[in-house]
Write a new protein. Structure first.
Length: 180
């Protein structure tokens, strides 16, 4: 074992783009009629970088203006600071270019594990994005990027305020088998 003196924890990481183009979502409405929805034709967005530990419901996120190796470096460095001294995080990521860059700086207390290609259903953080978009980030028009950033922060904080929500979204049966 590479880290025998450490307690190994399983985390999943992903990013979501949120912006002015918005996204449609499901709404209850009158039969035969379309619900009203706002639409924006501008192109301004920001990204939520998040990691979740399904077994405990712990989560960490940063709202950043871009996806890049530098942004991922910042996310990993800040996430690393939240880990206990006796903890080593096994972080499952997808194959995005900024995850696989040779210049990516991975802290010593984190090991990155890539998901197989074309398998987003294996990353439970995708369920968090669906929840946030359905509840907080759909059918909205924001005037500028600072408002988008605030909406992302408000949505993430509302998610964290719901006790047990992250665990209920992320702790899928196959993960229970993996960690048992």
């Amino acid at each position: 074992m590479a880290h025998p003196a450490k307690r190994v924890t399983l985390w999943f990481q992903d990013e979501a783009r949120v912006g002015q183009k918005g996204r449609l979502c499901h709404r209850w409405w009158l039969k035969g009629q379309r619900p009203p929805g706002l639409c924006d034709h501008r192109f301004d967005w920001t990204y939520i970088f998040a990691a979740a530990q399904p077994a405990t419901g712990d989560a960490f996120a940063l709202v950043l203006p871009e996806v890049s190796t530098e942004a991922m470096d910042l996310f990993l460095a800040e996430f690393s600071k939240t880990l206990a001294p006796d903890e080593h995080a096994l972080m499952v990521i997808d194959g995005a270019g900024w995850h696989t860059s040779k210049s990516l700086l991975v802290p010593d207390n984190i090991t990155l594990v890539r998901l197989p290609p074309y398998a987003p259903e294996l990353n439970p953080v995708e369920r968090i994005w669906l929840f946030l978009r359905e509840r907080f980030l759909s059918l909205c028009v924001w005037p500028d990027q600072s408002t988008i950033v605030q909406a992302c922060c408000d949505a993430w904080n509302a998610l964290l305020a719901e006790t047990g929500r992250i665990k209920s979204l992320c702790f899928q049966p196959w993960i229970r088998k993996v960690i048992s």
